[in-house]
Design a protein around this ligand. Sequence first.
Ligand SMILES: [Zn+2]
Length: 476
Amino acid sequence: MDETRSHWLATVERFRRAPHEPDDGQMWSRSLETAGRDELRAIQDEKLRAAVPYAYECIPFYRQRFDAIGLAPADIASVDDLGLIPLTTKQDMAADLAEYPPWGSYTAVDDATWLERGWQTFMTSGTTTGPRMFRYTDFDRRTWEWANARAMWAMGFRPGRDVALIAFGYGPHVWLWGVHHAMNLMGIPIVTAGGLSSAMRARLIESARPTILACTPSYALYLATLMRDIGIDPAASSVQYLFCAGEPALSVPATRARLERVWGAQLHEFYGCTEAAPTAGAFTCAEITAEKDTTVSMHVADDTHIWEVVDPVTDAPVDDGVRGISVVTNLLSEASPQLRFVVGDYTALTRERCACGRTHTRALGGFQGRADDMLNVRGVTLLPTSVEDAVRSVTGVGDEYAIEITTENELDVLTVRVEAMPGTDEALLAAAVHREVRSRCELRPVVEVLAHGTLPPTERKARRVTDLRCVGSTQP
Ligand SMILES: [Zn+2]
């Protein structure tokens, strides 16, 4: 192994405190979780000084980008210099992949490394630029399980008490495998539910009595309905924690409230991406989820990532408290230590200490959906999650909904289709949905109320927006 790679891996390892078990009942790695801001910054600086030469020498994509603007690895001495590195977008990766299939040149894993140290391949969902595959190494497996265990410990998951049912297909998703291995490290048993029907999963919740249900938010609502249909009350089940991924839920107040109500459980989330933050780049803690009346937030892990928020138009970093889109530099990975990768979700950062005692940066409001999903309707820009929040805030509306945008007389028309629960007055429901969408989105929608069970049930990640203004364009 070459020297730069060895130095990088040794640096990551040196800061992987409490790699195998928690320090105490509250913190997996107390010295990292409660480190002062100066110490966290010093850790970031030192890791960055190892990561940048590594990326330059072992990742052709970054070498080419640095050379193109005359930037040398030694120019990046601390976090203060981070802005000298150009942002990398999904589109940049897609273009690179087209030139260097099948892996792209933005990875530190070549064929020899893969055969010597390879662990698993993972794939992006490909909603924006088509799916991309990543090869991760056994070193990454160990850092993933550790970083995720720290986050799940903060949520309050504990061995000796908790059992997790993972209702995901065991496909190439970073979240699923990262959670699976972290549960193993923590000693929390897993009820394996990949490949089982939803009816079988509903019965498993009764028989195996999991305390943690891990799935997408849409699936949690779908499974709750299915359980009620067969006479099981999800709120009276053993499930105490909904551990969701794949779609925003915590950051959509009405969706969060609905999930927690139907399951009688606390909602927790990880945040990250396959390319640059496959572990818990951000996560909830028990104190954040216990609070129901204030704006939510998520901890970002400062010692394993550098999170920035930038202006979506100018790309310039914005001040703390100002909304922009998320950018991440990975300080943890052998295979994919990306520098300033644009994940692209809206959020704002705060350095204020959390009630749980953790000192790391937090993302205020959580992460509110990708900038790529932003819709422009009659000059008003909105995230589909704003419509979701409006729809789900109305009592009597079913869990499924759909958004369609069309053109009529050269004007955009936003149609929101919802389902009425049996026994609900449809006219009143339509008026309430109209009012809520209008107040959140400043648009007058056309509201269509359908009978319950009309819209196709969402069993996985939901695709709810159809934009018919451009033929063939369907946005996620
Ligand atoms: Zn906290």
